[in-house]
Write a protein that binds this ligand. Structure first.
Ligand SMILES: [Zn+2]
Ligand SMILES: [Zn+2]
Length: 146
């Protein structure tokens, strides 16, 4: 049976683990998730005309937890975040969770010149509003220029 390519301790039992080549524990620790369908159209690099790219889901590295229980966390980068609010006796806004996101990002790195293009794999899921630090721009209707 195949084992995890990182820890080598855990057997890859599920189809998901076999696809990822990681056990669930390592995938969670490293913020690895399956690649979504590619979003960029198959056109040459706008800078150098190369047809070869590296497609990557970039991750952000951050810390989570309180006091002496702080863990480093790796998460796929996204456009914006969910707002969580705790009700009850200690009501208040909760810190943004790097894994509770809207709109996964992916980047295409041109193998020819290194130019990087960003895409969002699920733009339909991105909420719009100043509270999300997002704004709708539609260059097809009226003037967006201010
Ligand atoms: Zn592992
Ligand atoms: Zn290029």
């Amino acid at each position: 049976m195949a084992s995890c390519t990182v820890c080598r301790d855990n057997d890859l039992a599920s189809e998901w683990e076999l696809d990822m080549q990681l056990c669930l524990r390592c995938a969670d620790a490293y913020g690895v998730m399956p690649m979504r369908p590619a979003r960029r159209p198959p056109v040459p690099c706008t800078r150098c005309n190369s047809l070869r790219f590296v497609r990557a889901i970039p991750r952000e590295l951050t810390a989570a937890g309180r006091g002496s229980y702080v863990d480093r966390v790796a998460s796929p980068m996204a456009v914006t975040y969910q707002h969580e609010y705790q009700t009850g006796p200690i009501a208040g806004p909760l810190a943004l969770d790097p894994r509770k996101t809207y709109g996964y990002l992916e980047m295409y790195v041109c193998r020819g010149c290194g130019f990087v293009e960003w895409y969002c794999s699920d733009p339909e899921n991105v909420p719009i509003g100043p509270q999300f630090m997002t704004e709708d721009i539609d260059y097809g209707t009226g003037s967006p220029f201010r």
